[in-house]
Design a protein around this ligand. Structure first.
Ligand code: TXA
Ligand code: MG
Length: 318
């Protein structure tokens, strides 16, 4: 069983020895390993049961530290960093020869990110190498936002989970390529509107919804085990008369159904609250005694775009 603690010294020792450690970030928990060790990287893919064509994000304590792993840092990156780093944003940049092919799945681009979490920044500051940290969930399941979530699924496979409490943002970082025209590869914790306020109009990668090159965008990502459908709850429910229905609402209980099988993402109607609760509630619903889970979309603005993106991938009908 994994130790669940704040033992940074032990985390450093394990990472130095090519072992994995689960770490908290502001977005979701990560499964961390030394980024410049093929042994450690192979363990990450094995523990997550993740295909190797799916590249990993380098996590560092500052953008400065990324310098040796990228060809250059463009001005746009510094501009965005001023506003959002440390924070829930990941830059795709031209990689340097120092980055192992296993990290980038053979691509010329490498993803770099500075997470905003005190415990993990302290850890990263004490390491003289970057770590790779995909979300600490089995491939295609819901991302973890607490140490307990990680322990439930990966606790038998790793030695240490650093406990940094519940993730404050609750959905993964926004991925933006800055090598050519700024292009969003994954909608996430920094909204597109926030980014455009700083650097102007950005593109949305055209494959993001259909044929993803960024496998965080795989259609069946974030899926609960119980069949889940997204749309108008009352309409969807017509197909499930006599069945037990679980419901994830945006901001209020649906009076037409049994309240005990319902969760509300944000009683305060805030999209920040909804993001923070999203993965926790999807997991809870997956443990309900129901035949189907019905998901309601949230308002499609700001963080709502990132939340609806996750809901679509969790659902089987969208
Ligand atoms: O918020 C986050 O970013 C979390 C926390 C733990 O930091 N990490 C995370 O990692 O979400 P992961 O591995 O679950 O998702 C990383 C996404 C994948 O969809 C991957 O395809 C994409 O980043 N990615 C990584 N490197 C890439 C590259 N060189 N080109 C295109 N996509 C890349
Ligand atoms: Mg993931």
């Amino acid at each position: 069983m994994a130790e669940i603690s704040q033992n940074i010294a032990k985390a450093i020792e394990l990472l130095n020895n090519d072992e994995l450690v689960a770490i908290p970030t502001e977005t979701v928990y990560g499964l961390a390993g030394k980024a410049i060790s093929d042994d450690a990287l192979l363990k990450i893919f094995a523990v997550k049961n993740r295909p190797k064509f799916n590249p990993l994000i380098l996590h560092l304590s500052s953008l400065e530290r990324a310098k040796q792993y990228v060809e250059y840092i463009p001005d746009l990156a510094y501009k965005l960093a001023e506003q959002f780093i440390p924070g829930p944003i990941t830059f795709l940049l031209q990689k340097s020869a120092k980055v192992p092919d296993l990290v980038t799945a053979g691509s010329d681009l490498v993803a770099v990110r500075v997470p905003n979490h005190t415990l993990t920044l302290e850890l990263l500051n004490k390491l003289d190498f970057p770590i790779c940290a995909p979300s600490a969930n089995p491939f295609e399941y819901i991302s973890p936002t607490s140490a307990e979530h990680v322990n439930n699924q990966l606790g038998e496979k790793i030695k240490l989970i650093l406990d940094g409490g519940e993730c404050k943002v609750g959905i993964e970082s926004t991925i933006i390529s800055l090598v050519d025209k700024p292009t969003i590869y994954r909608k996430g914790g920094v909204s597109i509107e926030q980014i455009e306020e700083v650097i102007g109009k950005v593109e949305i990668h055209k494959f993001i919804d259909e044929n993803p090159v960024s496998p965080g965008n795989l259609k069946s990502h974030y899926s609960p085990n119980i069949p889940s459908l997204l749309g108008n709850i009352d309409e969807l429910a017509k197909d499930f008369v006599g069945k037990r229905i679980g419901i994830l609402n945006f901001n209020k209980i649906n009076q037409k159904f049994d309240p005990k099988n319902q969760l509300v993402l944000a009683l305060d109607s805030s999209l920040e609250t909804a993001a923070k609760n999203l993965f926790k509630y999807l997991r809870e619903l997956d443990n309900f005694d129901v035949d189907v889970i019905l998901l309601e979309e949230v308002p499609n603005i700001g963080l709502g775009l990132s939340i609806n993106d996750r809901l679509k991938r969790a659902a089987k009908n969208t």
